[in-house]
Design a protein around this ligand. Structure first.
Ligand code: CP
Ligand code: NVA
Length: 305
């Protein structure tokens, strides 16, 4: 039996593998910048299942597979039988029998776990309500490119204890950094994850306190996909949790700012935050392409070996 490797959370890779993938991502980026032809996946097909909206994830996976010489197929739950209730396990068996790798963006994390359990090819989590591990590959690649090794550094997460926050908690454990979480009461991350990472993760209610001595500040929207009806209530709860150039001054001198995007200027970030000299958000967004190419290469090769 083949050993199929999936990427459902960061912890599906070892520390060494995670580092290997982000280093490879930088290499693939340099190769693309040199216009080098690198098409190891001719005739390979990536199925991309989207149950939520996307710009970066769709464009980066589809462009990445095309650059590798393969093909990417966009499947929306609206137009497939998945949207009409075909069981996940049946869909997984069928789709994975015809393609070489699958990525899924959906609501419950259980859906990607069930899909992976029945898949004969690697499955990538392209965002669930609980985790967004592909974004963490890009973020860690970006930190490495701008500042070097993140081990021993302090990262501050600002805002909701959401999927991105959970992914930062996993990555803090994997890459050995300290994580401060500045969030209002009622929006803490998963209590089990907090308990499991109590040695390196600290929750703050005071944003300024959290940001002191930090090397990287990260935030995200106040209402994630699926929480649109909570937008107004969340605007009130999160009003004191905005990242701005003034806040960045409290952090360490060479601290970076990241945001997975899309961003809401005037809410979680000030109008001028994305253009601040500390902001690397557009490198971070571009790195989704390179990081996921490295991830697909790793999973396909590891699953065939
Ligand atoms: N950051 C991110 O995943 O963006 P999209 O929702 O546009 O894919
Ligand atoms: N937390 C956000 C991330 C979007 C990339 C969401 O889930 O909508």
């Amino acid at each position: 039996m083949k050993n199929i490797r999936h990427f459902l959370t960061e912890l599906d890779l070892s520390q060494a593998e995670f580092k290997q993938v982000i280093q490879r991502a930088t290499q693939l980026k340099q190769m693309r910048n040199r216009d080098e032809d690198f098409t190891p996946f001719k005739n390979k097909v990536l199925a991309m299942i989207f149950e939520k909206s996307s710009t970066r994830t769709r464009v980066s996976f589809e462009a990445g597979m095309a650059q590798f010489g393969g093909h990417a197929m966009f499947l929306s739950s609206r137009d497939t039988q998945l949207g009409r209730g075909e069981p996940i396990q049946d869909s997984s068996k069928v789709i994975s029998s015809m393609v070489d790798i699958v990525m899924i963006r959906t609501f419950s994390h259980k859906i990607v776990e069930e899909f992976a359990a029945h898949s004969s090819v690697p499955v990538i989590n392209a965002l669930t309500d609980e985790y967004h591990p592909c974004q963490l590959l890009a973020d860690m690649q970006t930190y490495l490119e701008h500042r070097g090794d993140i081990q021993g550094k302090t990262v501050t997460w600002v805002g909701d204890g959401n999927n991105m926050c959970h992914s930062y908690m996993n990555t803090a454990k994997l890459l050995d950094f300290k994580l401060n979480i500045a969030c209002p009461e009622g929006y803490d991350p998963d209590p089990q994850l907090l308990a499991d990472n109590a040695d390196r993760v600290t929750v703050y209610r005071d944003l300024n306190e959290a940001v002191k001595n930090s090397d990287l500040i990260v935030t995200d929207v106040w209402a994630s996909m699926g929480q649109e009806e909570e937008q107004k209530a969340r605007e009130k709860s999160f009003a004191d949790y905005q990242v701005s150039p003034a806040l960045m001054k409290i952090a360490n001198k060479d601290a970076l700012f990241m945001h997975c995007l899309p961003a809401h200027r005037g809410e979680e970030i000030s109008e001028d935050m994305l253009e601040d000299s500390s902001s690397v958000v557009f490198d971070e967004a571009e790195n989704r392409l390179h990081a996921q190419k490295a991830l697909m290469e790793f999973l396909i090769n590891a699953s065939n070996s």
